[in-house]
Design a binder for this molecule. Structure first.
Ligand code: AQP
Length: 328
């Protein structure tokens, strides 16, 4: 049986951006057919960076609403902080990890030079491994930035199996989409990120059409007057815009290039605006509707989903606890 676990942090306002959507969320409804699946609002991970406690529940609600509006079945969504078994397994896993291994995590290396960085930045990949292994997951849909963390989860699963002397845990594998790294539309050498200093390069599912149009109009393009050539010959900035269009419209990048031959870069932007308004605005409207009129429904989904997740997680962690010689 395929067991799928994935998650998204309710950082920033809680709204996913185009990278989260195209790199992970959009693929979930298709992937989970005939699998057991758990989709987590990773609110505890969101506390590893600066956060506002009075805002966190609201941003978590917005993330859950976005998942539902994007087509994730409402009964598989849960909140990480409602399933404390993850923390218990994280402790056991942390005793199997080495300090050197944790310090080699790219995200830690990238951010650890910033002043006042918290211990959570070093330890959170272990909690992420526990998020995955407490469901005995086989498959983790994620963007490419999470590859190393899924590999850590696989390594810790092997170490735990080794310790208990049997292959109890599945070795989880990441599942990437065709385009697992969407870049910032202003700074195409940087991954699109909620924490980006300049938010004009980040397209959110909750952006109004006016805001999205404004951001798209400012997007970095090319100095050439007209669009020529195929996908492989384009600059990174143009490739990124083409990828977003092709993913939204579900056509190939070659098809996008064919449609744009001899046209201006403003036509490329107009094509993105029209794809955005056709495919993202209906999602935004659903999110707005739920957040304005039906928060109790979102809360009920999170409640029921978390109860279901806790049941599975509890039974797995109990087995692992016993196999480690702990408990009664
Ligand atoms: N730019 C991206 N392209 C493709 N996939 C992406 N993901 C994130 N950014 C991109 C994937 O989205 C899922 C949820 O990500 P997350 O919110 O849990 O954390 P993140 O990867 O740290 O995302 P951000 O936007 O960069 O958040 P901040 O700035 O708060 O750290 C994951 O599967 C991720 O790979």
């Amino acid at each position: 049986m395929n067991i799928i676990v994935t998650g998204i942090q309710p950082t920033g306002s809680g709204s996913p951006h185009m990278g989260n959507y195209l790199g992970a969320i959009k693929s979930i409804p298709k992937l989970i057919k005939s699998s057991e699946a758990y989709v987590m609002v990773a609110d505890v991970h969101a506390t590893t960076v600066d956060f506002e406690p009075s805002e966190l529940k609201k941003s978590s609600l917005l993330t859950a609403a976005s998942l539902i509006a994007a087509g994730v079945p409402d009964d598989i969504i849960f909140k990480q902080s409602c399933v404390p078994q993850h923390y218990e397994l994280a402790i056991y896993l942390s005793h199997l990890a080495s300090v050197g291994q944790m310090e080699r995590m790219t995200q830690y290396k990238d951010k650890s030079e910033e002043k006042g960085v918290g211990f959570g930045l070093l330890s959170y990949p272990i909690l992420m491994a526990a998020d995955i292994l407490s469901y005995n997951a086989t498959t983790v849909p994620a963007g490419i930035d999470q590859h190393q963390h899924v590999q850590l989860a696989a390594d810790l699963a092997r170490k735990l199996n080794n310790k208990i002397g049997e292959d109890y845990l599945n070795i989880p594998k990441p599942k990437f989409t065709k385009n697992p790294k969407i870049m910032d539309i202003l700074n195409p050498d940087k991954k699109m990120s909620k924490s980006s200093a300049n938010q004009n390069g980040v397209l959110y599912l909750t952006d109004t059409i006016d805001i999205a149009v404004n951001k798209i109009k400012r997007a970095t393009t090319d100095s050439k007057p007209y669009f020529t050539d195929g996908f492989d010959d384009q600059s990174d900035a143009i490739k990124n815009l083409i990828v977003i269009i092709s993913e939204l419209m579900e056509i190939t990048t070659d098809d996008v290039c064919i449609q744009l031959q001899g046209k201006r870069y403003s036509d490329l932007k107009n094509m993105l605006i029209s794809a955005y308004s056709e495919h993202i605005i209906p999602i935004k409207e659903q999110i707005d509707y739920m957040m304005n009129n039906n928060q109790s429904y979102i809360n009920e989904c999170i409640d029921a989903g978390s109860e279901r997740a806790e049941k599975t997680s509890n039974s797995n962690v109990k087995i692992i606890r016993n196999k480690l010689g702990l408990g009664l």
